[in-house]
Design a protein around this ligand. Structure first.
Ligand SMILES: NC(=O)c1ccc[n+]([C@@H]2O[C@H](COP(=O)([O-])OP(=O)(O)OC[C@H]3O[C@@H](n4cnc5c(N)ncnc54)[C@H](OP(=O)(O)O)[C@@H]3O)[C@@H](O)[C@H]2O)c1
Ligand SMILES: *[C@@H]1O[C@H](CO)[C@@H](O)[C@H](O)[C@H]1NC(C)=O
Ligand SMILES: *[C@@H]1O[C@H](CO)[C@@H](O)[C@H](O)[C@H]1NC(C)=O
Length: 302
């Protein structure tokens, strides 16, 4: 069985390489005039997504907490070619905000084609200290607000055969690695991310189950789950500096990969592309993998 697995794994890697050089069915024109609600749009990957959507001529509603920063991102989007653009400041730790934000977007744009869920609450990249209240708060920001935003937006997305795009992380995801027609479930848990990982696992569970239900009910809303490796945003670099020996990939490229995945309605996006192969190896070579992974983290016990 293991030998078969390895052969399949090698095939998977080759397939991955072919996929990498394959011309994908993404057509930028399909985003011209598309109505997008984008969360976490004031910084990092979300900000870069805003610029790409603007270049493609989309109609956009941006949201995050900091109004002054949103204003600046909006102005740059206008110079890049956004057809219409608005912003609404909102703190997703407040349970009443998600519905308000969706109502605002629907009212301004007349409906939605894309709901791109990307924001996260402040993340401590450190050992578990026992702060249960923080975990509860992060669950609200990173998970419950996603559920509430989705619930409020589903009717308009369904009407427009729209797409839900959920940004997740390799440090957290329950992955199904598909090689040919075989699927291997696997996950790569990492240290220093207890609460964050929990929120991302929750997203994966919720949205993977919802995808089945939408298909069973013939409601044509696609769900794209994006599994990212380390990306060079200010917060991520600040969090991981001196703690992890992994190089970060560029945020604008990550942002584009997410947008393409949403536009082509794929179920999963892996960025950088070799993550899928990494997950495959992780599943097929279980011995010592935890030790190998920990060797990328810098921690000396006191
Ligand atoms: N960077 C990475 O290495 C990496 C790796 C894997 C996955 N990801 C995923 O990629 C996504 C974006 O990450 P990023 O690195 O770009 O993050 P980031 O640079 O820290 O940006 C986070 C965004 O969320 C907003 N935000 C923070 N707290 C909020 C709150 N309480 N309510 C509403 N909005 C809030 C921030 O704006 P305000 O401060 O203005 O509210 C900002 O726009 C996340 O889902 C993350 O899990 C990132
Ligand atoms: C769902 O909608 C997309 C986008 O409009 C369309 O390309 C696809 O054919 C639809 N699928 C079904 C099953 O109707
Ligand atoms: C590892 O962490 C210690 C402090 O905890 C720091 O002094 C050292 O420079 C770090 N090493 C690397 C290679 O980043």
């Amino acid at each position: 069985m293991k030998a078969i697995g390895r052969v399949l794994c090698a095939t998977g890697i080759v397939a991955g390489l072919i996929a990498f050089f394959w011309k994908d069915p993404f057509t930028p024109e399909s985003l011209s005039g598309a109505r997008v609600l984008l969360t976490g749009a004031s910084a990092g990957i979300g900000e870069q997504m805003a610029y790409h959507y603007a270049r493609f001529g989309a109609e956009i509603v941006l949201t995050a907490r900091r109004e002054a920063v949103l204003q600046k991102v909006m102005e740059k989007c206008l110079t890049l070619g956004a057809k219409k653009i608005f912003y609404i400041p909102a703190d997703m730790s407040s349970p009443s905000e998600p519905e308000k934000v969706v109502q605002f977007a629907v009212q301004k744009l007349g409906g939605l084609d894309y709901l791109v869920l990307n924001h996260i609450g402040m993340t401590h990249f450190q050992m578990w200290t026992g702060d249960v209240e923080y975990t509860r708060w992060l669950m609200q920001v990173n998970f419950f607000s996603y559920v509430a935003l989705t619930t409020a937006a589903l009717p308009t997305l369904e009407k427009n055969r729209g797409s839900l795009v959920v940004v997740s992380s390799l440090t957290a995801s329950f992955l199904v690695v598909s090689i040919l027609s075989f699927s291997f479930p696997g996950k790569i848990p990492t240290p220093f991310t207890t609460s964050y990982s929990a929120t991302k696992f929750a997203l994966d569970g919720f949205f993977s189950s919802l995808r089945h239900e939408l298909i069973m009910q013939k409601r044509n809303v696609s769900i794209t789950l994006c599994i990212l490796g380390l990306i060079d945003t200010d917060t991520a670099l600040q969090n991981t500096r001196g703690k992890v020996h992994i190089s970060a990939s560029p945020a604008p490229e990550a942002a584009l990969a997410i947008i393409r995945g949403g536009a082509t309605r794929v179920q999963e996006v892996f960025y950088p592309w070799w993550l899928q192969q990494l997950c495959c190896l992780w599943v097929l070579f279980p011995s010592n993998r935890g030790q190998v992974l920990r060797s990328y983290y810098n921690y000396s016990s006191p």
